[in-house]
Design a binder for this molecule. Structure first.
Ligand code: NAD
Length: 271
């Protein structure tokens, strides 16, 4: 199994499905990868930590090569990413949009028959208004190395780090649809999960960032009335990654306590 992003969500999913196999954990922060590997190894898992940068194709290929030293790749969990309060527009597009596309493409070339993957998108992409069918198609099908040159992703067309993040997460969902076709040719499946507010270091940065009040209001007024936990995201991932999910591929699952529903049709509607 390859796990990219040694955060709370990634670890929760890996703990749910990664028993009995080698887990190669990659993170831009080797310390994060080592910390998660250590926690999991002390709980009976078999993990190795590597430094990797999702925004670099070379780095993505390196983690795949590392994983293949232990056997075929049967599972991919991508939970690496940066949030709107953590990075500038260029970094968000390079990591969350381009990097995810590269990872899905590269793992899709080697995933074993029966293999499965999930990538973590976000409710944020669901809240952004619909793009045109042409724009969706460009996000889905543009060759990875040309993605960041798309006119819609140029500075004049991206208003803020939040907008960059939303475009990245919308792109993740579209890439998953396009990749599901290719993964299907290998007898493999790929899906995405779009969490709402899940308490993790990334979300805590958001609570303390410029949009802190907005986020606190969001979970207070969503139907669930609270933020979610990484373990609840792992519940969905377990279904998608297991044989029970055999008929599910190219799909995206919103798990947000109803925040998106309330944003469109309830008390979270923008004034
Ligand atoms: N927490 C939430 O509320 C929430 C909501 C929706 C979506 N998400 C998404 O979930 C994913 C995981 O987030 P989390 O909340 O577990 O955060 P986290 O901060 O706990 O983990 C994210 C990890 O990604 C790593 N990372 C960042 N840039 C990287 C890069 N270029 N290459 C490799 N690793 C990199 C970080 O070092 C960190 O360990 C992200 O894609 C995030 O956008 C989170």
């Amino acid at each position: 199994m390859i796990l990219t992003g040694a955060g709370q969500i990634g670890m929760a999913i890996a703990r749910r499905v990664g028993y009995g196999m080698k887990i190669v954990i990659g993170d831009r922060s080797l310390k994060n990868a080592e910390t998660v590997a250590d926690i999991m190894n002390k709980a009976g898992f078999d993990c190795v930590a590597v430094e990797m940068d999702l925004a670099s194709r070379t780095s993505v290929r390196n983690i795949i090569a590392e994983a293949r030293k232990y056997g075929d790749i049967t599972l991919l969990v991508n939970a690496a990413g940066v949030s709107p309060s953590q990075a500038p527009v260029e970094t968000i597009l390079k990591v969350d949009l381009y990097g995810t596309a590269v990872l899905l493409e590269e793992v899709g070339k080697v995933i074993v028959e029966g293999g499965t993957g999930v990538t973590v998108s976000s409710q944020s992409g669901h809240r952004m208004p619909a793009l045109t069918p042409e724009q969706d198609r460009l996000l889905a099908l543009t060759p990875t190395d040309e993605l960041l040159a798309l006119p819609m992703l140029q500075p004049g067309n991206i208003e803020s780090t939040l907008h960059a993040y939303q475009m990245a997460k919308r792109c993740n969902v579209k890439r998953v649809m396009a990749e599901a076709v290719k993964w299907g040719e290998r007898g493999a499946r790929i899906n995405s999960i779009s969490p709402g507010i899940i308490v993790t270091p990334l979300a805590i940065d958001e609570f303390n960032g410029p949009r802190g009040d907005f986020y606190k209001n969001m979970f207070a007024k969503c139907p669930a009335g609270r933020p979610g936990t990484a373990d609840e995201v792992a519940n969905v991932a377990e279904l998608l990654l297991s044989p029970q999910g055999a008929f599910i591929t190219g799909a995206d699952f919103l798990i947000d306590g109803g925040a998106t529903a309330s944003y469109f049709y309830g008390p979270l509607q923008p004034q």
